[in-house]
Every structure is written in C-alpha cells, then in structure tokens.
Design a protein around this ligand. Structure first.
Ligand SMILES: Nc1ncnc2c1ncn2[C@@H]1O[C@H](COP(=O)(O)OP(=O)(O)O)[C@@H](O)[C@H]1O
Ligand SMILES: [Mg+2]
Length: 250
C-alpha cells in the first residue's frame, strides 16, 4: 500500500482535480483505492457524488481508525472508495495542537485503513502548519501541482524551504505541472525551465482546459467522462509516471 498526498501550500492549483482523476485511474487500473478528502470545502467528496458528513460525531478523524473506517463510502466506480470531508476538519489543527504526539495524529487515525488499500490518495487543504506536518508523517510521497507562473514558483520555493526545515526526505517529494496554458509565453518558458531543473518532476503536464473546470457540473472524473480529451490523456500520462516511478508491479 502506498499513500500519496496531493499537497501544496497554495489553493486553486488543481490538487482536488488531480486527487479525483488520479484516484479514478488508480482504481480503473485494478488497484483498490481510497481518496481521503481532508479539505473542509469537500470538493472531492462533491465530485464523487457523496454527501459530506455534517455531524462531528460521524467521522471522528480525531478519534481513531475505527470511527474513520465507519465513515468510508463507496463511489460509482469499481475499486474506488472515499472518506468524505467533514467540517470538523476545520478543527483538526487546533485539536492536534492540544495533544501529545501531535504530528502523528493523522497517521494514527488512518493507520489500519491504509493497509486495506493498494493506494490511498489524500486531497489536502492548502496548509503549512501542524496539519501539513501530519500530512507529511502519514504519506509515502507528496505530489505537488505546480502552475507555471512566477508567483507559483515563489510559493513553491517557500514550500521547499519548509520541507527542508521539517527534514522531509526530498526523495519523497514529487511535482507535476498543472493548469498549463500553452497559449501563454510565460507558461511555456516556466514549464520548460521546471522540466529541465526539477529532479523529481513527473511526466504529464495537465493542461488548462474547460473539461476539467466542468468536473464541477458533471461530477465525474475526466478520464471517465472524456477519455480521449487532452486533459484525460495528460492525467493518464501522469498516472503512468507515478506507477512507473513510485509503485511496484501489480
Ligand atoms: N487544469 C485545469 N484547467 C482548468 N480549470 C482547472 C484545472 N484544474 C483545476 N481547475 C479549476 O480550478 C479551480 C481550482 O481547482 P482545484 O482542483 O479545486 O484546486 P485546489 O484543490 O488546489 O484548490 C476549480 O474550479 C477547478 O475546476
Ligand atoms: Mg482542493
């Protein structure tokens, strides 16, 4: 079993889109897959047509794995389950900070569950505090979407500094290009720069396209709704790269 955190300290970079589309591709390829929606905005939960649990009691990420296991829902896709978002996640940061072993609370809550799946994908909210440290502790790899703009590169550099400060093993940190608009010169030149300079860059630059935006209306993964679209092809390429570099043979 392998746990991936789709993580960035920045919002609106395509984390949730990637979590849902990669989760779908993982399951479609025969790996039992769990998407954990850790974002109180519950977008991944919404895309997969699952109702978020509104009651604090219902999910209890702060309680431990038995309570968490009860909250898992199936999706419309074979082999793909989801742990829906819960608004109590908003409190996670505070709860964790009050307790001992506070950077391993999430690992404790998800611990036994992880073993039940081939692949676990965490859809993370943008965070850089204690929740981020919990995310680092529970995941085998961070996959960070990078939008090829000057501002995003700056945030990305800050993230790398933060990871260094946390003594995070750089071999577990991967990135992929996201929301790439090929008509924009800046996107083209920064994409080329990143591809040349970054050691752990995955293949499959995700294009900026309305097909992905429409996930909010269609509530289906793009490789399912539009399998031959450039977006679906890019996610498939990205997933194949992840399989080849980070997952063993089936
Ligand atoms: N490649 C893309 N092309 C066009 N729109 C995108 C793309 N990826 C994400 N979006 C849209 O941008 C917004 C933010 O994407 P999302 O995946 O929710 O980002 P995050 O989870 O990082 O906040 C959403 O409205 C989504 O539909
Ligand atoms: Mg998101």
């Amino acid at each position: 079993m392998t746990t991936f955190a789709i993580y960035s300290n920045k919002g609106g970079v395509g984390k949730t889109a990637a979590a849902v589309n990669l989760g779908y591709l993982s399951a479609a390829g025969g790996r039992s897959t769990l998407i954990c929606d850790l974002d109180p905005q519950a977008a991944a939960t919404f895309y997969l047509r699952v109702r978020p649990e509104l009651h604090a009691k219902a999910i209890g990420l702060h309680k431990g794995s038995a309570a968490v296991a009860d909250s898992i829902k199936g999706s419309d896709y074979t082999g793909l389950d989801i742990l829906p978002a819960d608004f109590t996640h908003r409190e996670l940061e505070i709860r964790y900070s009050r307790k001992k072993g506070s950077t391993r609370r999430l690992a404790k809550a998800l611990g036994e569950l992880q073993a039940e799946y081939d692949v676990v994908i965490l859809d993370c909210p943008p965070s850089i505090g204690l929740l981020a440290e919990n995310i680092f502790a529970v995941s085998d790899y961070l996959l960070t979407p990078l939008v090829p703009t000057t501002l995003s590169l700056r945030t990305y550099a800050q993230l790398k500094t933060f990871l260094r400060e946390q003594h995070y093993d750089s071999a577990r940190f991967y990135t992929f290009l996201s929301m790439v608009d090929r008509r924009k010169k800046m996107h083209q030149s920064i994409s080329a720069e990143v591809q040349a300079d970054e050691a752990n860059i995955l293949p499959g630059a995700i294009p900026y396209t309305s097909v992905i935006e429409q996930m909010g209306i269609r509530r289906e993964p793009v490789p399912y709704s539009d399998p031959s679209s450039p977006a679906a092809i890019a996610y498939k390429q990205l997933w194949r790269g992840i399989e080849a570099e980070l997952l063993g043979e089936m």
